[in-house]
Design a protein. Sequence first.
Length: 90
Amino acid sequence: MSSKKPEIQVIKMSLAEAEALHAISAWPTWGCDISEFEWEYTETEEAYILQGSVLVTPTGHWASCRPIRIVAGDFAVFPDGMTCTWEVSG
């Protein structure tokens, strides 16, 4: 008997809202060039996308979850344990 895995949550949010709600200016900044890579979350992780676009496709035991495109102005929450492929397109 398998339970449904939680989906990636994405909320459209202005930079001002992200700062007011999550104090994102205190967060480290991460970036990368256009690329594709595998990723595994070892805890629930939050991200605010400042620029660019990425298609995140869950893999492995998470493959039943839907792929989602995340773009600048999105606040995303990735579930603990999720494995996925990131396709960064700019």
